[in-house]
Design a protein. Sequence first.
Length: 374
Amino acid sequence: MKPIWQFFNKNQIPVPSSEHWRSAIGGVIGGAFVAFLGKFIGEFTQVNDWAMASLGASALLIFVLPSSPMAQPKAVIGGNLVAAIVGVTCASWIPDPRIGVPIAIGVSILGMLFLNCLHAPAAATALSAVLGHIISYRFALFPVFIDSLLLVLAGVAYNRATGKTYPHQAPITTKVSAGDDGNSKEINEVLARYKEFIDINPGDLANIIRDVELHAYQQKLKSITCSAIMSSPVISVEMATPLEDAWIRIRKNHIKSLPVVDRNDRIVGIITLEDFLKYAAIDFDKTFGQRLQGFMRQSFSRASAKLSEAYPNAVGQVMQKTVRVISTNRNVLDLVTIFEGDGHHHLPVIDEHQKLVGVITQSDFVRAIHSSME
């Protein structure tokens, strides 16, 4: 068992120093806003107690932890109001503060949980009502309700001015998929197993989980190079290769493209199924081709000769000369933008001598992601 003093050395989650200053300045502005207006309202209504006891703690939540469920307007206003009513009631009916204090705290907590407006600092509001022997329910209206409302208004203005969403809504950091509702349900089920209150918005927790998973995948993919996932050896053709031969290779090997190389195995182009459909205009199925050629020879011997010359008959005539390639030492993570943004389905891989050594398809990329997840 670890010594108890080690638990006091636990570090908080690291936060930039700019956030420290933002939170502190927010507390000053929010506190000043409530103090000046609260004091003015107190003098106008001839009420001496113009500040509630939980003002500082509520300000901490609003300006330091604006995403906390306990810092939301319903929690701040509703929680303090419930606690004030409970505290005044206990002060009125229970003369002994030794009994009234614990009952006020417990009942105010129960009331906030029942009304779904849990606000931790509100327990101090109930406590102050009992210890101050406040028996007028006007205390719940002012200073408690008015101070809470003013503090929330200050929080809305300041947090939004400094780039925070308040009242808080979980930001969408990733694209929403059809299974996200199921994931949210699973998160709620897992949280329920802890059987305790966890001070985090479920939407924020879902985003954190997704970001952690994405970061983990990125770190794993960074260690994988293109040479590790590429398909090799590559089925390729040359510029002079007849189109019929290229078509047979595509059909036989069940592939969608053929890199075109020169005599030094350096890539000079690529031919795809789309190129055949767009330019070839001839069915290279052997049986149909023979029937078509026989029919054309019998019926239009001269016209067919001219027509055959008009059609391309070599790979170099229909290939795409602009080819996107990637080197063997490049990171697999670089393929994301290529496959997703540029619409590529297959990517030739070259070595340090610019020679074709492999090809990466979307299937290869998916397998790499799957293996990294495992």
